[in-house]
Design a protein around this ligand. Sequence first.
Ligand code: AMP
Ligand code: GLY
Length: 420
Amino acid sequence: MRILVIGNGGREHALVWKLAQSPQVTEIFAAPGNGGMKGLASCVPCSATDVEGLLRLAEEKAIDLTVIGPEASLLAGVADAFEERGLAVFGPNRKAAQVEGSKRFAKELMQRYNIPTGSFQSFSDKGQALTYIRRHKAPMVIKADGLAAGKGVIVAHTTEEAENAVNTILDGSFGEAGKEILVEEYLMGQEISLMAFVDGEIVVPMVPAQDHKPVFDGDQGANTGGMGAYSPVPQIPDTVIQQAITDILQPMARGMVQEGLDYRGVLYAGLMITQEGPKVIEFNARFGDPETQVILPRMKTDLIEILTRVSQGDLAEVSIQWREEACVSVVMAVKGYPGAYQVGDPLTLPPDERDRILFHAGTRYHAGKWETAGGRVLGVTALGTDLQTARQKAYQTVEKVGFPQGHYRKDIGVKGLISD
Ligand code: AMP
Ligand code: GLY
C-alpha cells in the first residue's frame, strides 16, 4: 500500500515510523513531513491545510490511504474532500471534527448524552460573562470556543484572573476562535489521555497515557504543546479506565451516531480523574501529541490494518495487541519555548535502537548536519520493562543528544512511579 501522512510533528513521525513497519506498506509520503522521516517517507512541501494540493498529491502518487495528523487539516475539510473524490482517508469529516473544533458543540453533546464533564456556560457578550463570573467563586476555567493551538484555555484561580481572561479572549486575541467563550467548572484530579479508534458506534480503545503540558518540572510555567508523555499510567486503576470507556467513550460514539455524525477516526478524551470518577476536560478528533509517541511503540498490531478498517467503516473485528513494556517520551525543546525562540542550532543525534527512538518534531537535515527547526525539537522515547526502566533509558538517551541550547523536563513519568 502507498500511504500519505499529513502533518509535520512528532506525532506524524511516530505514525510514519509505525506504518513503515507494516509488511503491507510499500511507500510512504508525508505532507509536509519533517527531517526525522528521512529514510522512512518522502517529504513533499505541501501544507497540511492545502486541500487542493493534498488531493493532487494523493492522485499523482496513487495513494491507497491518507492519514490525517493535525486538527487543522480535519477542520479544513481534508477528509470531506478526499471522500468526495473517492479517495480513502483516515480521520473524521469536518462536521464530526467539531467535537474538537467547537468546545460548546462538544459540551452540548456531552450534556445531551449524560457524559460526565464539568458544568459550563457559554457567552459571546462580555458584560454577561463578567456578571456570571462575579456571581461564581474561583477557581474556574475560561476557554475560547474554537481552536487556539492549546493556548485558549485559562485556569483562573481568582475572580480577577477570570475577568482578565474574559477580556483577553472576547477582545479578539484569538480571532474567530474567541468570538465565544465557555466558563467551566474547575475539575480537580489527575489528568489522563484516553484515545480510541471509533467507527460509528464501535469503539476500540488504546492504552492510556499521560501528557505533561507545563514547560517546567513540577507542572510549573506556561502550558506548551506537551513536554513529554508516558504509558501506561499505573497510578490510575484499570477499573477507572474501564469506567471511562463505558461511561464516556462508548456513549459519546453512540451519541454522535444519533446526531447523524459519521465519526471515523481517533477520538481522544482528555480526562480528569476526579473523586467522583473520570470527567471529560476536552475531546480531540485525532491522535494526541505527544501521547502517540508513547502509544505506538507499545502497539504490536499492524496499524495499517486498523486504519484501513476504520476508513472503510469496518472496524468491528479488530483487537489490538499491546506490549507489556512501559514507554516514556521526553521532549527536548529550544530554550525560550513556548515563548520566542530561534531555530537553526546544531544538533547531534545518537542512532535509534529497537527500544530507544528519537521522534523528531522540529529538525531539519541541512548540508549533512542536523539542526533545530521548531520549538519542540525531539521526543526522546524509550521502552522498558517498567516505567522506572523506561524513564532511565529515555533520560540516558537524552544525555547522548548533543543539543546545548536544549531544555527538557526531568520529571516525565514521575507521577506514575508512586505506586509502580
Ligand atoms: P485543554 O486545552 O482543554 O486540554 O486545556 C488545557 C489544560 O487546562 C488541561 O490539560 C487542564 O490541565 C486544564 N483544564 C482545562 N479544563 C479544565 C477544567 N475544567 N478543570 C481543570 N483544569 C482544566
Ligand atoms: N497532548 C494534547 C493534545 O494532543 O491535544
